[in-house]
Design a binder for this molecule. Structure first.
Ligand SMILES: [Zn+2]
Length: 266
């Protein structure tokens, strides 16, 4: 029986995921089993031969998902465990060529492990990314505190104002979250509605801020996904700090913002 060897590039992805999980944990954005991460690894496995003993679990996927390879975190798994024992709290799956089953090729070593119940919604986003040729391979969902607080404020119902308010807090936010935040209305977690609204969000925005819940981002790499969430949250945090100190921040002027947009071709 031949041994299944992970490509070196996949090992790099796993290392980066552990590193980012550490940041997420330090920020208190992945309490308990909060958050989930997936990476479309299909390109990394091009030409790879599967071991002969692979056992497929029955599950229906959209036909376009046939032969995809996906890294995904586990149901009820704690993302903080990705730092030290990533092989227990997450796995790499292969979806068979009839898209009606998946096999765990690597990881999932925790007892009774199954991929997160968000597998379908993550896959929906990956298939959307594929159809758009966006180059986005990572989907990251977490609970960034200040963004969540902002989604409880009435400003959440005025998307343009919310974006202007965080962009004006500091030039970095305008430059590194260039398409801004989508205010995604509250919907029950794992629902098709929420997955669809999130896809719609990514058509125009960098961050989907799920009302009273958390944020979801998609990007080419896990580090770029983290950066969107981190910088967007920085804008929210600065705004809330000004409000908590009892003043409305002056903000970078519209003219100064325009100059930034010109400089960085935004
Ligand atoms: Zn969540």
């Amino acid at each position: 029986m031949e041994e299944f060897r992970l490509p070196e590039s996949v090992k790099d992805v796993l290392r980066q995921t552990s590193e980012i999980a550490n940041y997420l944990w330090q920020r208190e954005w992945i309490e308990r089993n909060g958050g989930n991460i997936s990476v479309d690894l299909t390109d990394h496995f091009e030409g790879a031969s599967l071991p002969s003993h692979v056992a497929y679990v029955k599950k229906n996927f959209p036909k376009e998902a046939a032969n995809m390879y996906l890294y995904i975190t586990g149901a009820s798994c704690y993302l903080r465990r990705l730092v030290d024992t990533i092989e227990k709290a997450s796995c790499i799956i292969h979806i068979n060529n009839t898209a009606d089953g998946y096999a765990i090729l690597w990881g999932g070593e925790k007892k009774n492990f199954v991929p997160t119940s968000e597998l379908s919604s993550h896959l929906t986003i990956h298939l959307f990314n594929k159809s758009q040729n966006s180059g986005n391979k990572v989907v990251l969902h977490a609970h960034p505190s200040e963004l969540i607080v902002l989604s409880h404020h009435k400003i959440f119902h005025d998307e343009q104002k919310l974006n202007h308010s965080i962009w004006k807090m500091c030039p970095e936010v305008r430059v590194y979250v260039p398409r801004g935040i989508h205010c995604t209305p509250y919907a029950i977690t794992q629902s098709d509605d929420l997955a669809q609204m999130t896809i719609d969000a990514f058509k125009t925005r960098d961050v989907a801020l799920w009302e009273k819940h958390g944020a979801t981002v998609t990007a080419p790499t896990i580090e770029q996904a983290w950066d969107f969430m981190d910088v967007a949250n920085k804008g929210a945090k600065l705004l809330l700090m000004a409000w908590a100190a009892g003043f409305e921040p002056e903000g970078i002027s519209d003219k100064e913002i325009e100059a930034l947009e010109k400089l960085f071709n935004l």
